[in-house]
Design a protein around this ligand. Structure first.
Ligand SMILES: C[S@@+](CC[C@H](N)C(=O)[O-])C[C@H]1O[C@@H](n2cnc3c(N)ncnc32)[C@H](O)[C@@H]1O
Length: 218
């Protein structure tokens, strides 16, 4: 079985700026939504990498649990915030999200996941991850992020291991249609509020077809 933490460690070692330093558009959109709420905000950045979006959220004054399976990525995040006031706002956590989110029920105002659910997760894994996201988000809280769409140019490359899921030697991708995303979110108790299909360039990466979304827990 592939050790994904090791694969991601190698990726970040080779390409430490793979996703650049700028926050993603959907992170900014989520933050704009959260700042309208009266109380301090807590956000879980699921698969945060080296934390470009976690840092952006912390700059907005949010408390952030920055969770990733890659030790290398989280070491980079720790180094970036060391000695700054962001240290008290960002908690970097090394964990495999599939083993259960290390967080209490209803403890976040939002879960944010940029290009996370479309990784090497089967349909059953996605169901489990989304149910866990629903558990840790407060009622009326948000789940936002981006997934690779079925129109992405890498769709169909490699061996199909499940419908819309393909394995290459060093990458497994699960592609989402709009209806699949909506169905999975709904199944976990989230209602889609915003959905946009678009191209996205971040750092050294160009994703030619992604779905960005914001959903709200019922
Ligand atoms: C496409 S990258 C996105 C990184 C970050 N969200 C960003 O946009 O800069 C996906 C991230 O998910 C992490 N990841 C993959 N599988 C994971 C798992 N099972 N549990 C926790 N993190 C995981 C990887 O280490 C990687 O940092």
């Amino acid at each position: 079985m592939t050790d994904w933490a090791k694969v991601w460690d190698e990726t970040y070692t080779k390409q430490p700026k793979i996703y650049g330093d700028e926050p993603s558009e959907i992170a900014v959109q989520l933050a704009n939504l959260l700042v309208q709420k009266p109380k301090p905000k807590r956000v879980l950045d699921l698969g945060c990498g080296y934390g470009r979006d976690s840092i952006y959220f912390a700059h907005q004054g949010f408390e952030v649990m920055a969770l990733d399976c890659s030790l290398v990525a989280l070491k980079m995040l720790r180094q970036r915030i060391a000695g700054t006031n962001l240290e008290r706002l960002i908690a970097p956590i090394v964990a495999d999200a599939l083993q259960g989110l290390p967080a209490c029920d209803s403890c976040f105002d939002a879960v944010y996941a940029y290009l996370f659910f479309c990784l090497a997760f089967t349909d059953a894994d996605i169901t489990k991850l989304l149910a866990d996201c629903a558990r840790v988000v407060k009622p009326k809280g948000h789940l936002a992020g981006t997934v690779r769409s079925i129109y992405d140019r890498s769709y169909g490359k490699g061996e199909e291991i499940e419908p819309d899921m393909f394995a290459l030697p060093n990458a497994v991708r699960h592609f989402f249609s709009e209806s699949y995303l909506e169905r999975k979110l709904k199944g976990a108790g989230f209602e889609l509020q915003f959905l946009k299909r678009h191209d996205e360039t971040v750092g050294e990466s160009h994703f030619n077809d992604v779905l960005s979304f914001v959903a709200q827990k019922a």
